[in-house]
Design a protein around this ligand. Structure first.
Ligand SMILES: Cc1cc2nc3c(=O)[nH]c(=O)nc-3n(C[C@H](O)[C@H](O)[C@H](O)COP(=O)(O)OP(=O)(O)OC[C@H]3O[C@@H](n4cnc5c(N)ncnc54)[C@H](O)[C@@H]3O)c2cc1C
Length: 430
């Protein structure tokens, strides 16, 4: 390939596609290489029996239109994506208690037992926010020093188990507070009509209409080549033909995980490595149903369960994610051990015990994530704040590079992409 592109992007997950859309808006010519036969990575869906089954993301955008992703899609790129807020923030299912719903962030604390509400909301939380950046200890230790109430631990574990696939012992206090502050500032989640696949195809079409350059599926990045202190070309392999070819570009963006990037750096004999980052692990089930299971679009939280921590029914907002008149109920659980089969079985038992109206035959799929792929590149709090590398024109985007600012999931991906694209564009203009 003789053309020299403005930017080579490896990986057409949300990170790669957002980068491509933003750069093509500024007339950059892009080569986008994706190793799988489809676009979107873990933020898309595949149709199965008429249901849009997620590859990862359960069709939710954490802060709806107000977070970095909503802002990039709707304002920066002005895409015709329709993101609708869910009804309530979260709805809490404590056994033997009335279901608790809340529309404001602070209302979430109503889900705590009465005896802990004033204690947390008024005293400890406000003090915690003020001093939180100095707290490097795991969040459970922070709590242990302040309360013995087991329901407080269950309450926070339900939130982090669902949103981050982490136990509060795996998250630093500073990271936990950064996440809570963003929840307070930016508000409740939203669901894009048509789900994550609609966002992905709108982004891809935007790049194509803006004369993207070249987008290849089944195309794997093998290595990069340095010319002095800069990368000057990427070596790719067409997975259909096994043929290797080179792509020249001015800048290079990798939308890959820490492990994959380190493999590429090693193959390329580029002498630096990313720190190894712990990854989150968990899974979920998709169930079909003739009637709504939750009766609401809000995230449902189950604090007393050990594994099954939360669920959503995105068909309450976007009915076209299921065949006409049907609902899709998506659950999320964590793993407590490396025995994925046993932990998934226990999670299923908890789901069926919580919702006896569900039948095992209604289970459409089970998915798990636990090792290097397909998982979160780095667990929340271990994602890197540095989007550039020691090589001048090599940048990183995606789940492993969310900036550690408290932005979770795709909000963090969008935040990181903005930092990288802004840097590339300002370099070009200087
Ligand atoms: C179960 C689960 C539920 C989730 N739910 C939500 C949710 O509801 N809302 C939300 O906001 N977030 C959610 N997330 C997180 C969200 O899915 C991720 O933050 C986001 O999809 C990450 O996008 P990415 O672009 O960083 O990575 P990816 O989607 O993993 O994209 C990376 C891409 O790179 C490609 N690739 C890898 N190696 C190569 C190579 N050598 N050459 C070329 N291509 C390569 C891969 O095939 C992939 O397409 C969830 C995650 C999981 C696992």
């Amino acid at each position: 390939m003789n053309e020299k592109y403005d930017c080579f992007i490896s990986g057409a997950g949300l990170g790669g596609l957002l980068s491509s859309a933003m750069l093509t808006k500024h007339e950059n010519r892009i080569f986008l290489a994706e190793k799988l036969p489809f676009l979107g990575g873990r933020f898309t869906s595949h149709k199965y029996e008429g249901f849009e089954i997620p590859t990862g993301a359960i069709h939710m955008i954490p802060h709806s239109q107000k977070g970095p992703l909503g802002q990039l899609l709707l304002h920066y790129l002005q895409l015709p994506v329709d993101i609708q807020n869910v009804e309530n923030y979260t709805e809490w299912y404590w056994p033997n208690r009335k279901q608790i719903k809340h529309k404001s962030f602070l209302g979430i604390f109503k889900a705590l037992p009465k005896r802990s509400q004033s204690f947390f909301v008024i005293k400890k939380l406000i003090l915690g926010v003020r001093n939180s950046k100095h707290h490097t200890e795991p969040f459970h230790e922070y709590l242990e020093a302040r309360t013995k109430d087991p329901q407080v631990f269950q309450f926070f574990n339900a939130i982090t188990g669902f949103a981050l696939s982490l136990d509060i012992s795996q998250l630093s206090t500073a990271s936990m507070f950064r996440f809570l502050i963003k929840l307070y500032q930016k508000g409740r989640p939203g669901i894009p009509i048509g789900g994550c696949k609609e966002v992905i195809s709108t982004l891809a079409n935007f790049s194509i209409q803006n004369r993207l350059g070249n987008m290849q599926k089944n195309c794997e990045l093998k290595k990069l080549e340095l010319d002095g202190s800069k990368v000057n070309l990427a070596v790719c392999r067409n997975l259909n033909t096994n043929e290797e070819f080179e792509v020249k570009a001015t800048n290079f963006i990798l939308n890959l995980g820490h492990f994959q990037i380190n493999d590429i750096l090693q193959n390329s004999e580029i002498p630096f490595r990313l720190p190894s980052a712990p990854v989150a692990k968990g899974g979920g089930f998709a169930f079909r149903s003739n009637t709504s299971i939750l009766g609401s679009s809000a995230v449902a939280q189950f604090p007393e369960n050990e594994y099954f921590k939360g669920a959503v029914e995105p068909t309450m907002v976007s009915p076209n994610l299921a065949p006409s008149g049907k609902h899709m109920f998506l659950t999320h659980h964590i793993f407590k051990s490396n025995d994925v089969v046993r932990d998934s079985r226990r999670a299923r038992d908890e789901v069926l015990a919580t919702f006896p109206q569900l039948e095992e035959e209604d289970e459409l799929v089970i998915h798990t994530f636990h090792k290097n792929w397909p998982v979160n590149f780095a667990s929340q709090g271990n994602d890197l704040a540095n989007f550039s590398s020691e090589v001048d024109n090599l940048f990183f985007v995606g789940d492993g590079f969310k900036g550690n600012q408290g932005w979770v999931m795709t909000e963090g991906v969008a935040y990181g992409v903005y930092q990288v694209v802004d840097k590339i564009l300002s370099k070009k203009h200087n």
